[in-house]
Design a protein around this ligand. Structure first.
Ligand code: MLT
Length: 412
């Protein structure tokens, strides 16, 4: 008799975004007229076409694949040298940060890597996640059997939840107790908050003292506009000894459908064996990639490389400016509607307080039913997200303006 992985049976409901998708589909079927004017500000999926530099690189790479002399079969599992070098130089060394080419591992995105990283970490770690949180961190730990069952509020046993309160700018503070693995996401999905230097310094200090590993998800770093805010955990002294960083081309390169990102595993980052011996994680991640991954396609890596060309950089800037322009429009609209708004300044997400007494899912139903706008209910990101909803700024300008207008028409 084959046994299934019963950890999956502990998972609560569906993954948040498919669940929203199901509800929106049912709404559209029941209300075909409203469906005509539906605007989606739920999942953070980009709407604008790929930068022209990327399109040109894709076409050229396709042609390369069509000629024997330039054809590429299996590539290096870790990514082509030319892309790893471009990343290390443009993202880190060019900004004064010490990251070597071979500490970069090119992958198909941050969602996959933040889940897969559990392969190289032990099963007995005490794991801290913020609340609210990007659901992937929680669900992948449930799947790996690192948690107990969920309670009625949806909180899983054995996980340490770090509340993100408005009073601390929605950035979690290091706990009083010991934890081994810490997930941090900055700029944050879902709250749109970005950690400042002292906040990240406090986390690195904690991690070094506790010999913990920080899993730093910086998928939205390109959206930081405040020059005082760190873009990488490696801007903090000591982080090379305690942190893995995840990056993505999805949100600023428009790659949600192309799939490419990278993970930085410093060779100076150690973790303990069962007997307490400290060993580097870098060879383990390298081994994992070689065994379970055949690398990102040549064509896609050429597309990613094009983002670092002078034209590519300008075009990425224009995309970011476009989405952050939407965020300005949406913030103003939500404020005029009398709602309390957070985020949307260093991240493409607005985190909005529901009107008094309205739950996150009630707000979802109201905004969908009365305004034909899809948002994401805050409670889908954790118990502390209750009473909030998230608006994604990934849209056309016309849609952002229309959503801002419809929010002001709502009667709560
Ligand atoms: C989100 O909307 O939270 C993201 O698009 C999900 C993701 O990046 O996987």
């Amino acid at each position: 008799m084959a046994l299934l992985n019963d950890n999956y049976l502990k998972l609560k409901a569906g993954y948040l975004f498919p669940e929203i998708g199901r509800r929106v589909k049912a709404f559209c079927e029941a209300n075909p007229d409203a469906a005509q004017r539906l605007i989606r500000c739920g999942i953070g999926d980009v709407t604008e076409p790929l930068p022209p530099a990327v399109i040109a690189a894709l076409h050229k790479a396709v042609d390369d694949m069509g000629a024997r002399e330039t054809f590429h079969g299996y590539g290096p599992e870790q990514g082509y040298e030319w892309l790893r070098a471009a990343i290390a130089q443009n993202e880190f060394r060019g900004r004064g940060l010490d990251v070597a080419d071979d500490e970069i591992f090119v992958s198909d995105g941050t969602k996959c890597d933040t889940g897969s990283i559990l392969d190289i970490l032990g099963a007995k770690n005490k794991i801290a996640i913020s609340d609210p949180v990007y659901p992937v961190y929680v669900d992948t730990n449930v799947m790996a059997g690192h948690t107990g069952p969920a309670n009625e509020a949806g909180a899983y046993g054995k996980l340490v939840y770090l509340p993100c309160k408005p009073s601390s700018g929605f950035i979690p503070e290091p706990p009083k107790k010991h934890v081994d693995v810490i997930y941090l996401c900055s700029p944050n999905n879902p709250t749109g908050a970005a950690a400042n230097r002292p906040q990240l310094e406090a986390w690195v200090k904690y991690a070094l003292e506790h010999k913990s590993v920080i899993l730093f998800d910086a998928a939205y770093e390109a959206y930081i506009s405040d020059p005082a805010l760190p873009h990488s955990i490696y801007e903090i002294s000591g982080a090379r000894e305690c942190a893995i960083e995840f990056r993505s081309y999805s949100k600023h390169g428009g790659f949600t459908g192309v799939r490419c990102g990278f993970t930085v595993v410093p060779k100076t980052l150690l973790a303990a064996t069962k007997t307490g011996e400290m060993k580097p994680l870098h060879p383990l991640w390298n081994r994992r990639m070689c065994t379970k991954f055949n690398g990102v396609s040549y064509i896609v890596q050429r597309a990613a490389e094009a983002l670092y060309s002078p034209e590519g950089k300008q075009q990425v800037r224009a995309l970011i400016d476009h989405y952050m322009g939407n965020a300005i429009v949406l913030r103003a609209g939500a404020k005029k509607a009398g709602l309390k708004v957070f985020g949307g300044q260093n991240a493409p997400y607005l985190w909005v307080r529901t009107p008094k007494g309205v739950t996150s899912w009630q707000a979802f139903d109201k905004i969908l039913g009365d305004a034909s706008v899809v948002i994401t209910p805050g409670s889908g990101f954790g118990a502390k997200g209750e009473g909030y909803f998230r608006i994604s700024a990934f849209n056309s300008r016309a849609n952002a303006e229309e959503v801002a207008r419809r929010l002001q028409e709502l009667k709560w």
